[in-house]
Design a protein around this ligand. Structure first.
Ligand SMILES: Nc1ncnc2c1ncn2[C@@H]1O[C@H](COP(=O)(O)OP(=O)(O)OP(=O)(O)O)[C@@H](O)[C@H]1O
Length: 580
């Protein structure tokens, strides 16, 4: 139980104290009418039995308290609601933000080791479960359990036999409910896993829709999704059928509290060891005990059903953040020394790489598809951490630098540029209010996107769809390049920035890149060798190893992959490594 409290409170177990107290208090308060009724029956009863006296002032006081109770109960419920539900919703909103911040700090390896649906369904359903659990399923068993214990002690003080009669059904149901809880947990796990699979399939189906349509496979591609949904329906129905029927049985058993109390009371009444008034009073209390007892036993089952949500969130929240505490104020050079790297669970894709990128110059990475060029850029941005060797920036080990501080030195343009839903201006300035109109336009002119943006109906205020869906690949890439130019940082990492451009635009963007490389360090992946002819150094990668290094004129004069492919590309015009 304590483990669950820690998981659901993100390791702040004290959060549960306040809702539990208020639930206990409001539940205890709800018993007051039963106690008042018992007292009233007792006072009235005395008028009909020797010495036949009626304590009218006390009866009036009880009636007044009863009337006041209606108003007080409203206030107590209101305060209790605020301190349970209100707090749970507030705290969960903070937890959602903490969760996203945690994800933000994680390297890319964290995301690729998970199914895409896991985080989506975790975010969609686990946090809803946190809300329920924090305001209901955790405080209820604690608060109501405490209340039942106090009630039992008070009743036992008056008559332990009747107290025992009222509470006999509780242990029976609790044992049964604990067994049901285990079954529930197993089924809930299956339901959640099925939900995750369905979310992953749906995500894949929607993302792959373009390709599925292109290959006329929207039907067969749908089969896997349909199966995931039908599996989900099956496990959900099984969960409801098994745990639902067992819980109903338990709820019915709990209702036996009243008949059992009545039977025990009658037995004692006939034996002369219980008065009619005490019998009536305990019967009233027994009816009031049914509801909290039912809540207690059913919340035990529900709580077990929520366990997986707490575990899943806790697993993410307790993942260690990337290492590194050092800050770097200005970095413009990388130095690789015997670096090797493999993706999670895979073979080495970078082998013993040693290189350095001169400041204020263009370093080009060329090589066949799959040779590890993009991986090298990812290592430079610390999207992944290398396993062997050293990467240093200005003498500092990359792994010891905080990712935020490192990324403040670096701007990156990926192969598939992603634009966010919003205006082109928002995408370019990306929350940097200090960028002027003039700077924005200059960057777009350099990246050869100003003209096509100006021709759009709302020019820079034109809204682009999610991912930049309303623009062509080349347009997205140029906007992304302009965005990189606007982020005034010493290092630019470019993964084929001219891949989607036509020959004219390519030449112009190339010119801009050559100019930029005079003032910043640029590391650029290129498949078209003519785009990197002016590079200060060209590194040729083959199967994760640097096999050649030099300037264009040095490399074309050497026997090796570069000169072979240069000849091929020169003959074939736009022939590229990728197509080879
Ligand atoms: N996230 C990943 N998880 C596991 N393996 C990966 C991952 N990304 C790339 N790889 C593997 O690492 C190797 C190098 O890939 P990388 O993308 O760095 O090559 P590249 O030279 O940039 O290729 P391209 O020119 O086609 O973009 C490949 O064998 C690839 O399959």
């Amino acid at each position: 139980m304590y483990k669950m409290i820690r998981q659901f409170t993100f390791h702040h177990p004290k959060e549960i104290i306040q809702p539990t107290f208020w639930l206990f208090f409001s539940q205890a308060f709800s018993i007051l009418p039963a106690i008042l009724a018992y007292m009233a029956v007792y006072i009235l009863g005395q008028a009909f039995s020797p010495p036949f006296t009626l304590d009218l002032p006390l009866l009036i006081k009880i009636a007044a308290i009863g009337l006041g109770y209606v108003v007080l109960q409203y206030i107590v419920e209101l305060v209790s609601y605020y301190n349970t539900y209100g707090r749970a919703y507030n705290d969960t909103a903070d937890k959602r933000i903490a969760y996203i911040q945690k994800l933000r700090r994680q390297p890319l390896g964290f995301f690729s080791s998970r199914e895409s649906g896991e985080l989506i369904s975790s975010f969609a359903s686990d946090f809803a479960n946190v809300e329920y659990t924090m305001c209901y399923w955790l405080p209820y068993p604690i608060g109501v359990g405490l209340l039942l214990l106090v009630s039992f002690l008070c009743m036992a003080f008056f008559d332990w036999r009747m107290a025992a009669a009222i509470f006999t059904m509780l242990p029976v149901c609790a044992v049964l409910m604990l067994r049901i809880a285990k079954v529930k947990e197993k089924h809930s796990r299956q339901v959640m896993e099925a939900k995750t699979k369905a979310a992953t399939q749906l995500n894949e189906y929607l993302h792959g829709m373009k390709d599925l349509k292109a290959y006329h496979h929207t039907g067969s591609g749908f089969d896997a999704l349909e199966k995931a949904f039908s599996d989900l329906r099956e496990v959900s129905l099984r969960d409801e059928a098994v745990t639902g029927s067992l819980s109903t049985l338990c709820a019915s058993l709990i209702k036996f509290i009243v008949p059992v109390t009545a039977a025990a009371g009658l037995y004692l009444l006939m034996g002369g060891s219980l008065t009619v008034l005490d019998f009536a009073g305990f019967l009233v209390l027994a009816t009031k005990m049914t509801e909290p007892a039912l809540t207690l036993v059913s919340s035990i089952t529900a709580l077990r059903g929520m366990a997986l949500s707490g575990e899943r969130l806790d697993k993410v929240m307790t993942t260690p953040d990337p290492s590194g505490t050092e800050e770097i104020s200005h970095g413009e050079r990388y130095k690789f020394d015997g670096v090797s790297f493999h993706y999670t669970g895979g073979r080495d894709v970078i082998h013993d790489v040693t290189l350095h990128t001169p400041a204020g110059a263009l370093t080009a990475l060329v090589g066949p598809s799959g040779s590890g060029k993009s991986t090298l850029l990812r290592l430079m941005a610390r999207f992944w951490d290398y396993q062997d060797g050293h990467i240093r920036m200005e003498g500092k080990e990359l792994r010891s630098i905080t990712p935020e501080s490192l990324l403040a030195q670096v701007s990156m343009v990926m192969q598939n540029a992603y634009l966010f839903r919003g205006t082109i201006r928002e995408n370019l300035c990306f929350g940097n209010e200090s960028i002027t109109e003039q700077q924005m336009m200059e960057a777009c002119q350099k990246a050869q996107c100003h003209d096509f943006i100006s021709a759009l109906p709302e020019d820079y205020d034109t809204v682009v769809g999610e991912g930049g869906a309303t623009l062509s690949g080349g347009e997205r890439q140029r906007i992304s390049l302009a965005r990189a130019f606007l982020k005034n940082v010493p290092i630019l990492l470019l993964d084929e920035p001219t891949a989607s451009l036509d020959a004219d635009n390519e030449a112009m963007v190339q010119k801009a890149l050559d100019d930029i490389a005079k003032e910043r360090t640029v590391v650029m992946i290129a498949h078209r060798l003519k785009t990197v002819r002016n590079a200060e150094q060209i590194l040729v990668l083959e199967d994760g190893r640097i096999t050649q290094k030099g300037t264009h004129s040095q490399l074309v004069g050497m026997d090796g992959l570069y000169s072979r492919l240069w000849d091929l590309q020169s003959q074939a015009g736009n022939y590229t490594f990728k197509q080879s």
